[in-house]
Design a protein around this ligand. Sequence first.
Ligand SMILES: [Zn+2]
Length: 333
Amino acid sequence: MTSRPQATQGMNRSGSLPATPPVTGASRLPALPIFEQVYEHGGMATIDRQATTLALAHALSAAERGLAVIPLSRTKLPALRSPHRDDPDPAGRPCHSECGRFGHGVYDASTDPVRIRELFAAAPRATGYGIACGLPPYHLIGVDLDTKSGTDSSAALRELALRHLFTIPETVVVLTPSGGRHLWLTGPPDTVVPNSAGRLAPGIDIRGAGGYLVGPGSRTDHGVYTAAPGTAGLAPASCPPSLLRLLLPPPRAPHPTRPAAGDHGQGLVQFVLAAHEGQRNTRLFWAACRAYENGIGPALADPLVAAARDTGLTEREARATIASAARLTGHRP
Ligand SMILES: [Zn+2]
């Protein structure tokens, strides 16, 4: 049976910030324990199917809050296998779902209930769901406080908070089966937080753009992920600015080599044009970073904006994303 680690008191209470006002119905979600109860009383014969049904129910509930989701297997990995697993792209540029099929990990993530049902129908062994980080509207940042290797990551975070003068706001906390905790924070729309492992402190991993968090209600080989008591209905709180600064990498030195602009730039524009809703901003950001790293950022800014507008982003959104890519790669927007 699953062990349910108790929430460590203190972290949420130490913050003096007021709770973030709820975002569109986020505070009125049906309690997750309803699903839990159904599961706990389920018979063993139907347990896998039931686990998939429950994972789908949780995933749809998360999507209602605006969180883009993908089905996960018991190992916490995306449940859908890559359609390119036997045929890796010889050009070296991986497909991020331009081919239109499922199986591109976090690039499959969606808030559309029809698409989510399709994803789960294609993944009959899914027992959980992942929540894509870095996407609108929340621009979710996951602070993953691990308990592996005997590190006290919660203490490490408190120490960082003291040293850098921020408080951990009251926010959604998800308890992991191994006794770890995920804090959900939101980032500003024009800043992309990269994934990192142990960069802040040992045992603290950050899930940002291109990463995902195991959603509450997910069942894995090690047990069930659950929302910490009293936090399931909260809206994710804003990441404190001084914590956000710690999450951003230092600007890189300008790239020494400058490949020809022609083909490379066109590929990046195509990459943006092929974006589904839900990945438009992530793709634009990725393409803009590559453009700046290769010295064609300024030249490609207008074509990228045009491509992004073609996918439905506004010019303002597109320019903000490109500016943020410029900053992150150490360039002036
Ligand atoms: Zn593909």
